[in-house]
Design a protein around this ligand. Structure first.
Ligand SMILES: Nc1ncnc2c1ncn2[C@@H]1O[C@H](COP(=O)(O)OP(=O)(O)O)[C@@H](O)[C@H]1O
Ligand SMILES: O=c1ccn([C@@H]2O[C@H](COP(=O)(O)O)[C@@H](O)[C@H]2O)c(=O)[nH]1
Length: 269
């Protein structure tokens, strides 16, 4: 799954691959994990940047659902497969992929096709080496070996009624489900698995974000912390990789007015 080609900042087959700062973002379904990641990327001026040049990238744990057998697919179509159990994920592939990411390698991962309960054969996402990698999903802190890889762990803590109220329209409108299927799956699998497997991982978080993306103060603090860590080059907590060498340089050149995406990180000369 990992590729050997590295982008311009790296030596192909060399030793100077960039080691990113790896952030895990966990939380219950529809808690706002993806939205929080998007806000972080926006605040770091990354959203409009070309994929190959992004300094902050995001990977979804959903790209690591394991392939289902034909009988499991039939169950899934009836809302009878437990996609919220740790066994639904390919733990080894998550670990190996994150190790490659930490080694500064480019990785290619399939998008997840929620309508067909399978990894997309057509949409392959290329994750180029970056300075900061966000890895988001319901069970990203569940597997101990995976958990140890993160430099920072965030848990998006949104009230379960709010999460259900968001999940129902999302699953119907974006994931091709009907109301009965969504509610049955929620009551039979999603809610019990959240309580058994996801919620207990909150204790591993460095930062808990109540109310998810609505919590702009928490997001701003996290973004500032990421900037500080990158500037200092000395992340605290688990350290398995060298920090990226970045300095925070707002573009204040008198000849050029700063514009929204025009800020934050610049490599030292
Ligand atoms: N703060 C918020 N206010 C309103 N809607 C939100 C908020 N955060 C997320 N949503 C919506 O809820 C749904 C789930 O959010 P998402 O970020 O995809 O959650 P997750 O990644 O945890 O599943 C999406 O439709 C999203 O637009
Ligand atoms: O085929 C599938 C795969 C996953 N799900 C549900 O998705 C959520 C995880 O995604 P979030 O974006 O974090 O909500 C999980 O609760 C699974 O139940 C699915 O329904 N079908």
């Amino acid at each position: 799954m990992s590729a050997t080609k590295l982008n311009g900042d790296h030596k192909i087959n060399g030793t100077e691959a960039k080691a990113p700062f790896l952030i895990g973002v966990a939380g219950g379904t529809a808690s706002g994990k993806s939205t929080v990641c998007k806000r972080i990327m926006e605040k770091l001026g990354q959203v409009d940047v070309d994929q190959k040049k992004r300094q902050v990238v995001c990977i979804s744990q959903d790209s690591f659902y394991r392939e289902l057998s034909p009988s499991e697919i039939i169950k899934a179509e009836r809302g009878l497969f437990n996609f919220d159990h740790p066994d639904a994920f390919n733990e080894t592939l998550i670990y190996d992929t994150l190790k490659d990411v930490l080694a500064g390698k480019m990785v290619q991962i399939p998008a997840y096709d929620y309508r067909n309960h399978s990894l997309s054969k057509d949409e392959i996402l290329t994750i180029y080496p970056a300075d900061v990698v966000l890895f988001e999903g319901i069970l990203v802190f569940y597997f101990p070996e995976v958990r140890k890889l993160f430099h920072m762990k965030l848990f998006v803590d949104t009230d379960s009624d709010t999460r259900l109220a968001r999940r129902v329209p999302r699953d119907i409108n974006e994931r091709g489900r009907d109301l009965d299927q969504v509610l049955n799956q929620y009551m039979n699998f999603v809610k019990p698995a959240f309580e058994e497997f996801c919620s207990p991982t909150k204790k591993f978080a460095d930062v808990i974000i109540p109310r998810g993306a609505d919590n702009s103060v928490a997001i701003e603090l996290i973004v500032q912390h990421i900037r500080d860590i990158l500037n200092k080059g000395k992340p605290c907590g688990v350290r398995q990789v060298s920090p990226p060498k970045l300095v925070c340089t707002p573009n204040t050149s008198p000849s050029k007015k700063p514009s929204p995406g025009d800020h934050l990180f610049k490599r030292p000369h």
